[in-house]
Design a protein. Structure first.
Lengths: 231, 540
């Protein structure tokens, strides 16, 4: 696991680094620390990381700029900040966890555990951030009809028919999305708001009809669960 | 005929021949008349009138005759019968004492229904010009009511004006604004004018005679208007400017010297209106109230030339204006009161702000996080970090309630803050001063805010942080140049908009209103904040 720590105070960065090493031990491949925003952005573009640990207030600059960029990436983001009043907003952009300062090793451990657990966040995301042509695009999750997994990235299909590519895997996104987004298939997450009906095609094959007429495959093991969720 | 007030004015034409009248008269003892009068027959004045009484039921009380200003001595004949006289002309007050008679009762049996004749023979040994010769025939109660009616308007007027004068005088002592002194004098002058005109009692004949004091009354008019103009000018802060002052004094002198009383009053009201309109033009909207008062004054004084209303001319006009000025002043005082309360509130808000700066999350929580790491990793250093934190808190709570503190205390706070930031930032901070003795006073938290801004923004790449505070005294100004070698990532304009600089500005404005200047700019090798505090108004 490649961990990237962005924290402007050396001693706190040192603490995060030390505690991470203590908790994750040999799971860690590398840990990189940056103190300045500009350096961090450069690093994010140039390197492949698995986890970003970010302080929201960097030398007086607003860490949300970096956050919006970070959440569009394939990796998960954990915020460690003194500004706990910003927690809800951070969750809306799709961070995995928000740790208030000061913090203990125990608290950090819990955050790390969430990376591996597929359970949904209690503070759901409101926007999905997509990097497109060097620009950031914020998508309101209510506009998402369904998400299709495509190897390491995902295709987000919007209600107006457009498709956006997201760097996060289907698994990572599923952790962040609210409960009306349901994993219907190993390659599909559907927004129940846009589902018209579910039907059996016979021979253990099932499909989901969306409001715009599109059909999505439903896996056999998910059929009952999804049927119970629909009205 | 219902006899209420019957005014009889002396007109020679209406008189019958003197000789005829004397022949018809009842034999009277002229011995009672002074020798002097008998000798100077040409000073005898005759007043004659025919009176018809149609109904006596209205006169349950005694019918009486009020004679004023007919002469020094007189005899009154009713149907050619002598019913009363005043017969005393002396050269001194003592000689004439207790002989002054103004009211003569008509015997009940004489006041029957029908036609009667009234004849007054009056003597005068003075050169006084008796223009208002008159007598009034009325029931005694009606006569008394008439006196009360005639008196209560001026009594009410001058009471209100005198009380207002005291009110504004007290305000002047309380608030120390000259406008209140001027309006107090104006009230007094208008009040004295009312009093002098109709209620000035003189001991002319041993008893009180209401004669008025026209000289005093006339002097009071320009005094009143002069003060009113001073009030109007000074409430618009124009009185301090010499060009307005001299133009106004010149205008006042010219109008007093060359204008008749009523014209003077009109010109003065016009001047007042002009001053007030200038105030409205200058966006002083409370002047609208005064304009209404002046228009009221003008309208109520419109009848000033009419002799019948002579007694009333000045009363309702100034009264209306003064009442409006009292309302306006009360509004202004309550507004000032509110302002004062707000300034107290602002001071406590600033104190609150200062304390909040010290316990804001990004400071205290980050420090605690750093402390956590120090405790776990470098426990031997923990104690001194805790001490530095405690020092900063202690010093802060000591100065938080103050408006101005010694720079020495402020520097101690900065020092404690830098010791904490050394741990957090891993930078060696130092603070040196030049030209600062430590006794100078500044609002609390100003240098600290600058140090705090410097440490949070500028030192992420550096190993040493130098703060240099320099004091330079210029002609009327003291300049504090606060330099640090940090390299901020943050835009200059963003820092200026930040709460830290807002706090510094609010504190400087509170302690040195309009006399300070704050500048923040990058210089070679770092950043510089320049605070200038001047004795005179600085360029803000």
């Amino acid at each position: 696991m490649n961990i990237f720590i962005v924290e402007d105070e050396p001693i706190i960065a040192e603490r995060i680094e030390r505690l991470s090493k203590e908790i994750l031990k040999e799971k860690i491949t590398s840990i990189t620390v940056r103190h300045r925003l500009t350096d961090s952005v450069r690093y994010l573009f140039a390197n492949k990381i698995d986890l970003l640990i970010l302080d929201l207030n960097l030398n007086g600059r607003d860490g949300f700029e970096l956050l919006k960029l970070a959440v569009s990436g394939s990796f998960h983001t954990i915020i460690i900040s003194a500004h706990t009043d910003k927690a809800l907003e951070a969750f809306e952009y799709g961070v995995l966890d928000f740790i208030g300062k000061p913090f203990s090793g125990e608290r950090l451990k819990k955050a790390f555990e969430r990376i591996e657990k597929p359970e949904k966040s209690s503070c759901p995301v409101k926007y999905v951030s997509v990097r497109k042509n060097e620009k950031l695009l914020l998508i309101d999750i209510d506009d998402i009809m369904y998400i299709k997994g495509a190897r390491i990235y995902t295709e987000i299909v919007l209600k107006d028919g457009k498709t956006e590519i997201h760097d996060k895997s289907l698994n990572s996104l599923c952790q962040l999305l609210p409960t009306n987004f349901v994993r219907i298939h190993k390659s599909y997450i559907a927004n129940l708001q846009y589902v018209k009906s579910i039907s059996s095609l016979g021979g253990s094959k099932y499909s989901l009809q969306l409001l715009d007429g599109e059909t999505l495959p439903v896996s056999r093991i998910k059929y009952k669960e999804i049927k119970s969720l629909l009205p | 005929m219902y006899l209420d007030f019957l005014y009889l004015v002396n007109t020679d034409k209406a008189f019958p021949e003197k000789r005829d009248l004397e022949n018809n008269l009842e034999a009277i003892d002229l011995y009672k008349l002074p020798e002097y009068c008998r000798k100077n027959n040409n000073k005898i004045i005759w007043l004659y009138e025919e009176v018809i009484i149609e109904d006596t039921t209205n006169y349950e009380n005694v019918l009486c005759l009020n004679i004023s200003d007919v002469g020094d001595a007189f005899q009154v004949y009713w149907d050619n019968k002598l019913i009363g006289f005043r017969a005393s002309i002396g050269s001194t007050h003592q000689e004439e004492a207790n002989t002054y008679i103004q009211l003569i009762t008509i015997p009940y049996e004489y006041a029957s229904v029908g036609k009667h004749t009234l004849l007054i023979k009056a003597y005068s040994n003075r050169e006084t010009n008796y223009t208002g010769r008159s007598f009034v025939l009325a029931g005694y109660n009606q006569y008394l009511n008439g006196i009360i009616k005639k008196n209560y308007v001026p009594i009410v007027t001058y009471s209100i004006l005198f009380v207002s004068a005291i009110f504004f005088f007290v305000l002047f002592f309380g608030i120390r604004k000259y406008e209140y002194l001027f309006i107090s004098i104006a009230c007094l002058a208008f009040g004295l004018r009312a009093y002098a005109r109709d209620l000035w009692f003189v001991e002319d004949f041993g008893v009180a005679v209401r004669s008025g004091n026209p000289e005093l009354s006339d002097i009071m008019l320009p005094v009143a208007f002069f003060s009113l103009h001073c009030y109007l000018l000074s409430r618009l802060s124009l009185f301090q400017k010499y060009k307005y002052q001299s133009a106004f004094v010149l205008l006042s002198v010219v109008s007093v010297l060359f204008l008749r009383q009523f014209d003077y009053m009109r010109v003065s009201i016009v001047i007042s209106v002009l001053i007030t309109c200038f105030g409205i033009y200058k966006k002083d909207y409370s002047s609208i109230f005064i304009l209404i008062g002046l228009i009221g004054f003008w309208i109520l004084s419109k009848y000033a030339d009419s002799p019948m209303e002579k007694g009333l001319i000045d009363y309702p006009g100034p009264l209306f204006l003064i009442v409006i000025i009292i309302i306006l002043s009360s509004m202004e005082i309550s507004r000032n009161n509110k302002k004062h309360r707000e300034s107290i509130l602002k001071a406590s808000r600033l104190e609150n702000e200062l304390l909040k700066r010290n316990i804001q999350p990004h400071f205290i929580l980050n420090t605690l996080t750093a402390l956590q790491e120090v405790v776990e990793k470098y426990p031997e250093k923990a104690s001194s970090l805790i001490e530095a934190l405690a020092d900063e808190f202690r010093l802060f709570s000591k100065v938080a309630g103050e408006k101005l503190i010694n720079i020495k205390d402020e520097l101690n706070i900065c020092d404690a803050h830098l010791r904490i930031m050394e741990y957090r930032k891993g930078v060696n901070f130092s603070l040196t001063t030049e030209g600062i003795t430590g006794d100078e006073t500044i609002p609390p938290g100003i240098f600290h805010t600058i140090v705090e801004n410097g440490t949070t923004h500028g030192f992420s790449e550096l190993k040493t942080g130098n703060f240099l505070f320099n004091k330079i005294v210029e002609a009327n100004c003291v300049k504090y140049i606060l330099f640090n070698n940090g390299r901020s990532e943050v835009e200059n304009s963003q820092i200026k908009k930040g709460t830290g600089f807002k706090y510094i500005e609010a504190r400087l404005e509170e302690s040195f209103p309009g006399k300070w200047n704050l500048d923040y700019k990058p210089v070679p090798d770092g950043w510089e904040v320049v605070i200038t505090i001047c004795e005179r108004n600085g360029s803000k």
